[in-house]
Design a protein around this ligand. Structure first.
Ligand SMILES: CC(C)(COP(=O)(O)OP(=O)(O)OC[C@H]1O[C@@H](n2cnc3c(N)ncnc32)[C@H](O)[C@@H]1OP(=O)(O)O)[C@@H](O)C(=O)NCCC(=O)NCCS
Length: 255
């Protein structure tokens, strides 16, 4: 994997990581967690969920640390009213970058995605495109009416992909805003047709409001869909190749 470059204004970096590791790295990862993260890890009933949370947080800490030239255990997080994590106070020599640093994380299957940018809130969502039999029912429940029509108008062989395009784009927007499901999912419309660029079509009925947002789709791995959302003109996006936790931790420069 390439070494982390500095994150300059106006670009987005994206990492896709497989959340499995050797025992040594797991022990190191666990040692970086804050007391509240350890407490949260211990609340998981299943070991695989606990382990994914520990590794997910450790990777986030390692990436944040590398950008801000601090040690992973020095990263601290605060949480918005609906749980969106943000960077807390950190003693970084890169003061300006730390003050304008934004990130978001998504997990699905055994993968996690991490999006980083400066100066604007960002949301990321990835979904494993598992077989969902109830696509139409779920779409009718959550999507805007025009999205449902567009989805059901697709040839049957494209609906599954269209469904996950729509889902990840909507979820990325909600996560950028940070208000969780208090944002009505039918209050905005996104493109979903396979092969058509990701875009917000309308927001609260306004095309102008939608145009202030950028959606970008990416494929985290075969059978996965992914999208990012942020309120700015389109920024150059660098997607790092899929890495395991061991590869990633082994390649991040130490401070
Ligand atoms: C919590 C929520 C923000 C995302 O949930 P999700 O899609 O199940 O989970 P993801 O893996 O994509 O994201 C979880 C991560 O997002 C971050 N997160 C938590 N709350 C957040 C919020 N309010 N806003 C943005 N990010 C948030 C955290 O880093 C979290 O990871 P962590 O628990 O390891 O710290 C919220 O949007 C939700 O509950 N969605 C439900 C799914 C749904 O019904 N979607 C319909 C889409 S059409």
């Amino acid at each position: 994997m390439r070494k982390l470059g500095p994150l300059t204004g106006g670009e987005v970096h994206l990492y896709i990581v497989q959340l499995e590791s050797s025992e040594n790295n797991f022990a190191q990862a666990f040692s970086w967690l804050s007391p509240d993260e350890v407490e949260r890890a211990d609340r998981f009933r299943f070991e695989r969920h606990r382990s994914a949370f520990v590794l997910g947080r450790a990777v986030l800490r390692a990436l944040v640390a590398s950008y801000l030239r601090i040690a992973p255990e020095e990263a601290s997080f605060t949480y918005g009213p609906k749980g969106k994590p943000a960077l807390g106070a950190v003693a970084s020599p890169l003061r300006e970058a730390a003050d304008s640093f934004h990130f978001n994380v998504s997990n699905s299957g055994d993968l996690a995605a991490y999006a980083f940018t400066l100066d604007c809130e960002i949301g990321v969502d990835i979904e494993h495109r598992r077989r969902l039999l109830e696509i139409e029912g779920i779409a009718r429940r959550f999507f805007a009416p025009d999205e449902v029509s567009e989805l059901m108008g697709l040839p049957e062989g494209e609906r599954h992909e269209g469904f996950f395009n729509c889902w990840t784009r909507k979820e990325a927007y909600i996560k950028a805003v940070g208000d969780g499901l208090s944002v009505p999912l039918d209050s905005f419309e996104v493109t979903l047709q396979p092969g058509v660029a990701a875009r917000m079509i309308a927001l609260d009925g306004s095309v102008a409001a939608a145009q202030r947002w950028t959606l970008q789709a990416f494929t985290p791995a075969p059978d996965y869909a992914g999208a990012i959302a942020y309120q700015d003109r389109e920024r150059p996006l660098t997607v790092q190749p899929l890495a395991t936790v061991d590869e990633l931790l082994g390649n991040i420069p130490k401070v």
